[in-house]
Ligand binder design. Structure first.
Ligand code: SAM
Length: 249
């Protein structure tokens, strides 16, 4: 460090040189500067975490940067898309409505607004941070931090809600916001198998996709497409497919 005015050659009670500098605390400068920088980085981190906690979209973006393939979208679904997805569900159903890939909860919220009972709704979300957000947003809904490909195991492990007699409830609806086309093929195949296996015989699977043309991946999983519609009011425009088992078509 260079001083504009050189240190006096003698200071009261201390020797001149490096030891003077040490005794009057001048070599603490760089150490204090590092501590101050660390503290301000920690303050900035805490501020970012607070901002992310208050803004689901910031959290969504953070998760997108951390896991682009599994989040698979630049922003959460629009309210229009979420409402149209929810409208495919009969809220009076006695079985479960299982949402795959809840994200920040746009579709979950539309399902609840549609009248689906919170205790009949199960959300499976693989991002720890997003699952925590969903639990905070929907305290009455069963939010499972897990992999959609493990749907059958989740039921075997008793993690899905049961009926009054303790028996598994049928899964009448699967509502999926999973970005199937960007999920690696082996995982995608396991998800498709699990969904087709667990959907009740008369059940319906609702999936949105940004691929406006072509078959739904769920058809490869053995389901048949019953109807489709486009939702232009979304970024990017999307297609909703409703599928079921062949025999129930
Ligand atoms: C395109 S975002 C959709 C989020 C929300 N449903 C919406 O429409 O805005 C996909 C979500 O699926 C989740 N996801 C991806 N792969 C998953 C898996 N195998 N199991 C459960 N969730 C998964 C991601 O973490 C992300 O939250």
């Amino acid at each position: 460090m260079r001083f504009k005015h050189p240190l006096p050659s003698r200071l009261p009670g201390v020797r001149v040189g490096a030891r003077v500098v040490r005794d009057i605390g001048l070599d603490a400068g760089p150490r204090l500067a590092v501590q101050a920088a660390r503290a301000s980085v920690a303050r900035m981190r805490r501020a970012m975490d607070r901002a992310v906690a208050q803004s689901p979209q910031s959290l969504f973006l953070r998760e997108l940067m951390a896991q682009p393939g599994s989040v698979g979208a630049i922003c959460a679904s629009s309210p229009r898309l979420a409402t149209r997805m929810a409208e495919q569900v009969d809220p009076a159903t006695h079985g479960l409505v299982v949402e795959l890939g809840g994200g920040t909860g746009v579709i979950s919220s539309a399902l609840l607004a549609r009248g689906v009972a919170p205790e009949r709704l199960v959300i499976i979300e693989q991002s720890d941070a997003l699952a925590a957000l969903l639990r905070r947003r929907f305290p009455l809904v069963r939010v499972i931090h897990g992999d959609a490909a493990e749907l059958a195991q989740l039921q075997i492990q008793g993690l899905l809600p049961l009926d009054a007699a303790g028996a598994p409830l049928p899964i009448d609806y699967i509502v999926s916001g999973l970005p199937l086309l960007s999920i690696p093929l082996p995982v995608r195949q396991r998800i498709l198998q699990a969904g087709a296996l667990m959907l009740a015989p008369q059940g319906r699977l609702v999936q949105f996709t940004y691929a406006l043309r072509g078959p739904s991946p769920w058809q490869i999983g053995g389901l048949v497409r019953l109807r489709s519609e486009r939702v232009i009011a979304n970024l990017p425009p999307a297609r909703i497919d409703v599928l079921g088992h062949a025999a129930a078509g």
